[in-house]
Design a protein around this ligand. Structure first.
Ligand SMILES: Nc1nc2c(c(=O)[nH]1)N[C@H]1C(S)=C(S)[C@@H](COP(=O)(O)O)O[C@H]1N2
Ligand SMILES: [Mo]
Length: 405
């Protein structure tokens, strides 16, 4: 499970980073030195792409926690082996184990705290989680490479030899003492993982596997609602991903207007959307925007911190606004919010994210005006765009022409 699951967590995590648009310096951390990922334009199709990558990363990361802990528990005697190394090769292996075990525990701890918005640590989450991921990934690759021969032979040899019949549900049930007393340690193995002086069994192998699998299923059941609208209230592990009351605007809010310091006065009749392109400048009020051709699309908001939801948005196409500003085919666009401080008060969109026919400056959602908390008077919503770049309370968009002019 870990051999399949952890690479999925790693790859989806790196994709989440790529989706932030590192070449605009807006991925977090912005500067990663020589650990830069290959740069590519994050696609806008399929529209649910980011919903799936971030959802898998967070959900799988949570569901694998019991498996990781069980795995560590099963090798505990080896973790504290003494003397620590008998040969240079073994020393090297143990260093990779230290990075592997330390790495996974660090990634789990920082990830789980982040999705709870519990920043108890004194460092930047994004930086720590990004570099921690590389430490863990390097150690994971080394560990799999070192253990591959053992892994293949163990998988080939079938169930552990010498395991009592009770463990496989055979005859032996009903013997005095029951299946736990009948559970025997495995015979000594070449890696010395089996204890030399094992204590009596406290649980059968089947019981241990059921416990781990059951815990994983329980975590899955308490997590899945963060991404599935009708199950939202079951997402007990992700308080921020749960619904926010009834009504057409009753879906999760990442940052409420009050928290962002956006006041009613800023969003009232004096609000204007300012479009700029080169020297040109166009200002529009909300009535003028509502007078332009309106487009409706069902699109997800997917927050990298775990939750996602799909809603029906109505507004003006970004490409129509770009044309109005005089740059029908912009190379990028800088969107700015009324929000003054905060990491997410601005976002740069790629060319494809402006030109997509469903890329909107939304004015309404589910048939009614946006609520203030969801970005009234206007917000960005673009297919497959990370939630963090769906800027709320937009007040200015600067369209940058391509190199071609
Ligand atoms: N101005 C501004 N826009 C913002 C944010 C913010 O903090 N400030 N948060 C972003 C994040 S991280 C997410 S996931 C989405 C959530 O949108 P919602 O609150 O309407 O659900 O808004 C995005 N837009
Ligand atoms: Mo988010």
């Amino acid at each position: 499970m870990l051999l399949v699951g952890l690479p999925l967590v790693i790859v989806t995590g790196l994709l989440d980073y790529a989706a932030y648009g590192p070449r605009f310096g807006q991925a977090l951390p912005p500067d990663v030195g020589w650990l830069r990922l290959p740069l590519f334009d994050w696609p806008t199709r399929p529209a649910w792409l980011f919903r799936v990558t971030q959802g898998l990363h967070v959900a799988l990361g949570i569901v694998l926690v019991p498996v990781v802990l069980a795995k560590l528990w099963s090798v505990i005697p080896k973790l504290f082996d003494w003397p620590p190394a008998r040969s240079p090769a073994q020393l090297l292996e143990r260093v990779t184990l230290l990075l592997l075990v330390g790495g996974i525990l660090f990634q789990i701890a920082t990830g789980v705290l982040d999705i709870q918005y519990a920043y108890l640590f004194g460092f930047d989450f994004y930086t720590a989680h990004y570099f921690g991921a590389w430490v863990f990934t390097a150690a994971f690759v080394a560990h799999v490479a070192l253990k591959l021969p053992r892994l293949v032979s163990a998988l080939r040899s079938g169930p552990p030899r010498g395991a009592p019949a009770t463990d496989r549900g055979g005859p032996g049930h009903g013997r005095p003492g029951g299946p736990v007393a009948d559970t025997r340690p495995e015979p000594p193995d070449p890696d010395g993982l089996v204890s030399a002086r094992p204590g009596p069994a406290t649980v059968t192998r089947r019981g241990a596997l059921t416990l781990v699998g059951g815990l994983s299923l329980l975590l899955a059941a308490l997590t899945i609602g963060q991404s599935i609208d009708p199950l939202r209230r079951t997402a007990l592990l992700l308080p921020r991903g749960r619904g926010h009351g009834p009504g057409p605007n009753g879906f999760p809010v990442n940052r409420a207007a009050a928290a962002a310091g956006v006041r009613d006065a800023d969003t009232g009749p004096d609000w204007r959307l300012t479009l700029t392109a080169g020297g040109r400048q166009v200002a529009l009020d909300r009535a003028q925007l509502l007078g332009m051709p309106q487009h409706t699309a069902e699109l997800p908001i997917a927050c990298v911190e775990g939750w996602s939801t799909s809603q029906t948005w109505t507004g003006v196409r970004l490409r129509d606004l770009a044309a109005l500003a005089g740059v029908p085919e912009p190379a990028s666009a800088l969107v700015r919010s009324l929000e003054k401080a905060g990491l997410f008060n601005r976002a740069v969109l790629q060319a494809n994210q402006v030109r997509d026919p469903d890329a909107l400056l939304a004015l309404r959602v589910n048939g009614v005006d946006l609520s203030l908390d969801h970005g009234y008077p206007a917000r960005v919503i673009v297919p497959a765009l990370p939630g963090v770049h769906c800027t709320k309370w937009v007040h200015a968009i600067d369209f940058r022409p391509g190199s071609g002019g």
